[in-house]
Design a protein around this ligand. Structure first.
Ligand code: SF4
Length: 92
């Protein structure tokens, strides 16, 4: 079975099987404050389950590390933007 077909088959929960970071040093995804995150974000950019990873982090309020190519601060910003959009759409 090809990779594309397999990706269509995955369900919530087993997306991690396809993670680009699988088997990599987790330290690059949990850098110390002030340490560049570019190498983690480069892997994420090419990851076939980037969206699933990011949604998992947002739903589970993951506080630390790089998820779906975004840092904690970037995820908080995205979360605020989504909440703002959701609230404004409720009043239209
Ligand atoms: S998006 Fe990044 S952190 Fe998430 S599974 Fe892919 S490589 Fe790992």
């Amino acid at each position: 079975m090809g990779e594309v077909a397999r990706l269509n088959d995955y369900t919530l929960g087993d997306w991690q099987e396809f993670a680009q970071c699988r088997g990599r040093d987790p330290e690059i995804f949990y850098p110390q404050r002030g340490v560049p995150t570019a190498s983690a974000k480069t892997l994420c950019r090419e990851c076939p389950v980037k969206s699933e990873c990011l949604e998992h982090a947002l739903i589970n309020e993951e506080r630390f590390g790089i998820w779906g190519g975004l840092s904690e601060r970037e995820r908080k910003k995205l979360h605020r933007e989504r909440r703002r959009k959701q609230q404004s759409s409720q009043f239209c």
